[in-house]
Design a protein around this ligand. Structure first.
Ligand SMILES: NC(=O)c1ccc[n+]([C@@H]2O[C@H](COP(=O)([O-])OP(=O)(O)OC[C@H]3O[C@@H](n4cnc5c(N)ncnc54)[C@H](OP(=O)(O)O)[C@@H]3O)[C@@H](O)[C@H]2O)c1
Length: 262
């Protein structure tokens, strides 16, 4: 589609954090396919431009990029400003950027732990606040918080941060639904992305059947989002896992080292 035609078509806009890889890249792709213009956020400018160009060509959508380290005040402020925009409001916010730490809590530096908490709790909390400032006025909006099944089992500060996202989303979905806004926490199991490689952990001990591919995982999540669900657990196998896990004592789940890096 040429720029002239693009300018007269008004499409909903989705902003995705961590859009250059894995789950965030797949959300970007599926949202573009379903007719959203995009705002992509990550730190690496080269990868951002590559992903943006591919999506522009493949889906004829507008794609803005914001190069920002969300753990830095200036980077986060840039994205908050864009999310607050009344002129070009964000219809769908996907709080996806996240990381895992390889070592147990006491062996990580406190700065690394603070970075994890900032990226996975403070950032989605602030971006949700910013998004609501215009969504409440417009009585419309969709917020997706990418959590993890680690939210439901004892998994250090990573699981605790994801549990915050799930708990917050459950409350916010109830609280804002009458104003046309849905908030959904998506809690996947193991997904094939760069996540574990970035953490510096091997994944050879994780059986094949526990791995999800990004495309069906995100498709499941978006179906639950469309239904207005507060929590989405993609795939039947992980829905079953959570049902069973809720019945088991923490001691047993803690000893299942296969889930240590989820
Ligand atoms: N993979 C799994 O097994 C799994 C399972 C459950 C939940 N999750 C969750 O899914 C989400 C996405 O993870 P993924 O598996 O897709 O990981 P990934 O492939 O490593 O992608 C992470 C994305 O986040 C961006 N990012 C990282 N730190 C950032 C920062 N400080 N500021 C801005 N952007 C940043 C990265 O781009 P740059 O490096 O360019 O910034 C990249 O685009 C995370 O919240 C993770 O906790 C993953």
């Amino acid at each position: 589609m040429n720029e002239g035609l693009l300018s007269v078509v008004s499409r909903p806009i989705a902003l995705i954090t961590g859009a250059t890889s894995g789950i965030g890249a797949e959300f970007s792709r599926q949202l573009a396919r379903s007719g959203h213009d995009l705002v992509l956020v990550a730190r690496d400018p080269f990868r951002l431009e590559c992903v943006a160009s591919q999506l522009r060509v493949e889906f004829s959508v507008r794609v803005e990029i914001i190069v920002a380290d969300l753990t830095q005040i200036t980077g986060l402020a840039l994205v908050e400003d864009r999310v607050c925009s009344a002129k070009q409001p964000i219809d769908v916010l996907v709080n996806n950027a996240g990381l895992g730490l390889r070592l147990p809590f006491d062996e990580n530096t406190i700065d690394d732990e603070q970075g994890l908490l900032d990226l996975m709790v403070t950032v989605p909390m602030r971006l949700t606040h910013a998004a609501l400032s215009q969504m409440v006025q417009r009585q419309s909006g969709t917020i997706i918080n990418v959590a993890s099944i680690a939210a439901f089992i004892p998994r250090g500060t990573y699981g605790a941060a994801k549990a915050w996202l799930v708990s917050f989303s459950r409350w916010a979905n109830l609280h804002y639904r009458d104003r046309g806004i849905t908030v959904t926490a998506v809690a996947p199991g193991f997904v094939r992305t760069e996540f574990h490689q970035r953490m510096g952990v091997t994944t050879t001990e994780i059986p094949n059947f526990l791995w999800l591919s990004t495309a069906p995982m995100v498709r499941d999540a978006l179906r639950d989002v469309a239904r207005g669900r507060a929590v989405s657990i993609p795939s039947v196998r992980y829905k079953m896992f959570i049902l069973v896990a809720r019945l088991l004592p923490d001691r047993l789940l803690h000893s299942r080292e296969v889930f240590a890096n989820q």
